[in-house]
Ligand binder design. Structure first.
Ligand code: GLA
Length: 376
C-alpha cells in the first residue's frame, strides 16, 4: 500500500482538548467546562475502490494496519482499537461503509491528558460520516467515539472529551451538562492571562484500571444513598448535606470519592459565573481547590503533578493550576500572566528537572474550533 501519493480528497482536523474545571464529573452526570485546543490530529482520507478492505497509516509511528469491514474485532494493538472501535460502532448504525485509506498525523502528545484518544475517535467518525454520506449528527459522532472507547479500548469514559473535540467553538469554552447534554458556549477572554500547559511527560500506566475503579466507586456511593433517597440516580442528584448523612455508612474511600465529586459539581457552576464576570482570581482559586480534591480525596494525582502545582503557588502571576484530565500523569493546566510565561516555564522546568530528572514540556493552549473539514 502506497500511502505517500497525494490523492487524498478529504482532510479533517480533529483537536485535543483542555478542561478549565469539572474533572471526573462527566460520568457522574455533572458539569464540565472544556474546549478544543490548537493541537490536533490531521486525517487524510480516500476511497480505495475495494468493497471492504481498509488501510490506516500513522505517520507519527510510521506504522500501518489493514482490516476487512466484514470482520471487525478488537486487536492486541491498543492504538488500533480506537480505529476498530469506531468502525464497529458505525456499523451498528449504518451499512454504508466501504473500503478506504486513511493517513493520520498528530501533534497532540500522547498520554498528556489532552485527549489524543477522543481526537482520534472523533476525527475518524467525522471523516467517514463525510466521505460515505452517513448522515450521522454531530452528537451521534460524539457518542460513537465514547462507545468505541468503552467497548474496544476498555475505558469507561464520560462524554466530555469527545464532546469537546467535536463541538467546540474558537475563543469559547463549553459549559456542558453531562446529564441532559444541554450546553452553552462561554467566551473565554482572559487577557492579560494565558492558559499554559505543563506536561510532566510521565504517564503512569494505572490510568485505565484506576479510572474505571473511580467510576465504580462513585456509582457504588450513589447506589447506597439512593436506598434512602430513591430519586438519586447518580452523584449529580446528591447534595453535600445528603452526602454527610452517609459519612458512617460509606467506607472512607467511597466517601472521599463522592465528597470530591459533589464539591466539584458546585465548583464548575461557581467558576462559570466568575469567568463571565471576569473574576479570574476566583477561577484560579477554584482550580487549586480542584487539584487538592483530585490529589487528596480522589487520588488521581502523582508526585510529578503535585510538585508542579505546589511550585506554581510561589508565584502571584500564576493564578491557578491543577492536574487536567484523567490524572496519573500528563499535564497541569495553569493560568499565567502573559508577561510571566517565559520566566515561569524556565523556572518550573529547572526545578522539575532537578527533582525528577525529567524534562518538562510547556505549551500555550488556544481555545479552538472542534473537528472540522480542512478541504474537500
Ligand atoms: C478522561 C475521560 C473523560 C473525563 C476525564 C476526567 O479524560 O475520558 O471522560 O472523565 O478523564 O475529567
Amino acid at each position: 500500500m502506497d500511502f505517500t501519493q497525494e490523492t487524498y480528497n478529504l482532510v479533517i482536523d480533529s483537536p485535543g482538548r483542555i478542561n478549565i474545571i469539572g474533572e471526573h464529573t462527566d460520568y457522574n452526570n455533572g458539569f464540565v467546562l472544556p474546549t478544543a485546543i490548537d493541537k490536533k490530529i490531521q486525517f487524510k482520507f480516500r476511497k480505495n475502490n475495494s468493497p471492504s478492505i481498509c488501510n490506516v497509516y500513522s505517520a507519527n509511528y510510521n506504522t500501518s494496519f489493514s482490516f476487512d469491514l466484514r470482520n471487525i474485532k478488537p486487536s492486541l494493538q491498543q492504538w488500533e482499537n480506537y480505529i476498530l472501535g469506531v468502525i464497529y460502532e458505525i456499523q451498528q448504525l449504518s451499512n454504508k461503509l466501504e473500503g478506504f485509506d486513511c493517513v493520520l498525523e498528530s501533534n497532540i502528545p500522547v498520554g498528556s491528558g489532552i485527549s489524543s484518544s477522543a481526537a482520534l475517535e472523533c476525527g475518524l467518525a467525522f471523516g467517514l460520516n463525510e466521505m460515505f454520506n452517513l448522515k450521522l449528527s454531530k452528537i451521534s459522532l460524539v457518542k460513537i467515539g465514547q462507545r468505541a472507547e468503552h467497548n474496544y479500548v476498555g475505558t469507561k469514559c464520560g462524554i466530555m472529551d469527545q464532546f469537546a473535540s467535536v463541538m467546540s467553538k474558537a475563543g469559547h469554552v463549553i459549559l456542558l451538562d453531562c446529564q441532559s447534554l444541554e450546553y452553552s458556549y462561554v467566551p473565554i477572554d482572559i487577557n492579560p492571562y494565558k492558559i499554559l500547559l505543563l506536561n510532566t511527560n510521565v504517564s503512569h500506566n494505572l490510568a485505565s484500571g484506576e479510572y474505571n475503579l473511580r467510576r465504580q466507586q462513585c456509582e457504588d456511593g450513589a447506589k447506597i444513598i439512593s436506598k434512602k433517597y430513591p430519586k438519586v440516580n447518580s452523584l449529580r442528584d446528591v447534595s453535600s448535606e445528603m452526602l454527610l448523612e452517609f459519612k458512617n455508612e460509606l467506607d472512607t474511600v467511597t466517601f472521599n470519592r463522592c465528597y470530591y465529586v459533589v464539591d466539584e459539581k458546585e465548583r464548575v457552576l461557581n467558576t462559570v459565573e466568575a469567568l463571565k464576570n471576569n473574576k479570574l482570581n476566583i477561577v484560579g482559586k477554584n482550580m487549586y481547590k480542584t487539584h487538592e480534591g483530585l490529589s487528596k480525596l480522589y487520588e488521581v494525582s502523582c508526585p510529578e503533578l503535585d510538585f508542579l502545582v505546589d511550585f506554581s503557588k510561589n508565584y502571584s502571576k500564576v493564578i491557578g493550576a491543577r492536574v487536567m484530565g484523567g490524572g496519573f500523569g500528563g499535564c497541569t493546566i495553569n493560568i499565567v500572566h502573559k508577561d510571566f510565561i517565559e520566566q515561569f516555564t524556565k523556572q518550573a522546568s529547572e526545578a522539575y528537572f532537578k527533582k525528577f530528572n525529567i524534562k518538562l514540556t510547556a505549551f500555550e493552549a488556544m481555545p479552538s474550533e472542534g473537528t472540522s473539514i480542512v478541504n474537500n
